[in-house]
Design a protein around this ligand. Structure first.
Ligand code: GDP
Length: 298
């Protein structure tokens, strides 16, 4: 589940005939700073964050000798420092049902994440209900039902093409009546119809507030790590469409460099509630800043 470690800028290796140096130390200069910036940008950290992190690392060290290991350690500390404040599990409120709206582009892993979360909450003794709010994609509804079965959690559906807001209304009513702890509402992710999607999400919120004016209690944005820097623009877009309260980053088990999480934390400061580390029901992990920083820096 570790992201690909980033290669560190290394001092020029000694000539083959030379005796091995006891430690690979090199003076921190502009060239080294630049290569550090390049490594961080290549690791998906984004230009702004990469430059700032590099500058922080170089601060007070210019002209001084440093080793690759030292840079790795300082970098890992710096990343952990940025990530620490955003590493927060999904908050659980006493409110029943707690309503969690799940948003994100199609394919980001919304359905899978809802299934994994449902399973975790169920294992923690919570009663969970899922509403299949992407009523326009029959396949999405079917897939969610599969996940609901796996997690042992009921999935409320509506006929294809029907109004997601009306399903959400019925779902919160039912969840209330059955005394459910948690209601997770899946939503459509058709970004190509942005105005429609905005209206659809706004209507869902309007309607569930008729039942509980404090809902939704969380609006979870699911992002796919393999989209790299695109995740930043997805956050920007979805923040305009909905009141995003936290993130889940999926597909961190692949080749994707999780570096974009650093950029996200740096830029938006939104909580990272969990990370997806595989396609199975248990493949959802809490976000651990130190583990992440260590894995990223190798
Ligand atoms: P949705 O369209 O946003 O609901 O996305 P899905 O939940 O259907 O996921 C899209 C694809 O990504 C599916 O093939 C999932 O198995 C896969 N997927 C979701 N989360 C993860 C993850 O954390 N790791 C991996 N490797 N695949 C994932």
């Amino acid at each position: 589940a570790a992201p690909t470690p980033m290669p560190m800028p290394t001092p020029t290796p000694p000539a083959p005939s030379a005796a091995p140096a006891p430690t690979l130390r090199r003076v921190m200069d502009d060239a080294m700073l630049e290569s550090l910036e390049e490594v961080l940008i290549a690791a998906d950290m984004g230009v702004d964050t990469a430059l700032r992190v590099s500058a922080n690392i170089a601060e007070g060290r210019m002209g001084r000798k440093v080793s690759t290991n030292e840079i790795k350690r300082i970098l890992a500390d710096e990343i952990a420092r940025i990530m620490e404040p955003v590493a927060k599990p999904l908050p659980i409120y006493p409110k029943r049902p707690q309503v969690v709206l799940v948003v994100g582009v199609n394919g980001s892993g919304k359905t899978t994440t809802i299934g994994k979360l449902a399973s975790q909450f169920k294992a923690a003794g919570k009663s969970v209900v899922i509403a299949a709010g992407d009523t326009f994609r029959a396949a999405a509804v079917e897939q969610l039902q599969v996940w609901g079965d796996r997690a042992g959690v009921p999935v409320l559906t509506a006929p294809e093409g029907s109004d997601p807001a009306s399903l959400a209304f019925d779902a919160i009513k039912q969840a209330q009546a059955s005394g459910a702890d948690l209601l997770m509402i899946d939503t459509a992710g058709r970004l190509q119809n942005r105005a429609d999607l905005m209206e659809e999400l706004a209507k869902i919120v309007r309607v569930i507030r008729k039942v509980d004016e404090t809902a939704p209690h969380n609006t979870l944005l699911v992002l796919d790590a393999t989209t790299g820097q695109n995740a930043l623009s997805q956050v920007e877009t979805f923040r305009k469409l909905a009141d995003v309260s936290g993130l889940v980053m999926t597909k961190l088990d692949g080749t994707a460099k999780g570096g974009v999480l650093v950029a996200l934390a740096d830029k938006f400061g939104l909580p990272i509630h969990a990370i997806g580390v595989g396609e199975q029901i248990d493949d959802l992990a809490p976000f651990d800043p130190e583990e992440f920083a260590d894995a990223l820096t190798g």
